[in-house]
Design a protein around this ligand. Structure first.
Ligand code: SF4
Ligand code: SF4
Length: 167
């Protein structure tokens, strides 16, 4: 199947392997409990930033469109606030599902190149593996090296955060 949202393609055998691995895991099994009521999409504070709302993510997964979901922006926008889980009548842990999808996307290098969040995740993991903890300034510096054009806009935010001792 072709990634409708991605520059990448996935051969059927690779897709079958990913699909089996996802649905054998805990997050994949939870997908089957969804009744498509849409409460999660109505509750999600980040839904307006997503190309596929949480309900649609669940529907596509159930219908076998894992590749489509792995190429979506939505999985990188979830902030694990659990507003969806709190209201879901079926108790579906959408944030865990999003997390599992992000891990799969990173492990198989399937995120679209224009997405910046995967770089933040990679930087975070590198620091934890190397130092056992995360330094926000190192994380920001690493991001800045990869996306220098973003930095002028973020500098004023960084200064405001510094002034309020939030960094
Ligand atoms: S709120 Fe729960 S059951 Fe309803 S669509 Fe979302 S995940 Fe599915
Ligand atoms: S946990 Fe993720 S999907 Fe659920 S409401 Fe929060 S941001 Fe949206």
């Amino acid at each position: 199947m072709r990634f409708l949202h991605s520059h990448k393609t996935l051969d059927p055998e690779h897709q079958e392997t990913l699909s089996r691995s996802f649905f054998q895991g805990r997050a994949g099994k939870e997908v089957q409990h969804c009744i498509q009521c849409g409460t999660c999409s109505g509750s999600c504070p980040l839904a307006h930033e997503m190309d596929l709302g949480p309900r649609r993510i669940l529907a596509l997964l159930r219908d076998g469109f894992l590749a489509e979901v792995l190429g979506s922006r939505s999985i990188w926008m979830c902030v694990s606030c659990n507003a969806c889980l709190t209201r879901c009548p079926q108790g579906v842990p959408v944030s865990d599902i999003m997390y599992a999808l992000r891990v799969m996307s990173l492990e198989h290098n399937l995120a679209r190149r224009e997405f910046k969040m995967p770089d933040v995740y990679r930087g975070f993991v590198r620091q934890v593996e190397k130092r056992g903890r995360v330094s926000e300034s190192r994380l920001a510096a690493g991001y800045g090296l990869l996306h220098p054009s973003d930095m002028p806009g973020r500098l004023s935010l960084a200064l405001r955060l510094l002034r309020r001792r939030r960094i």
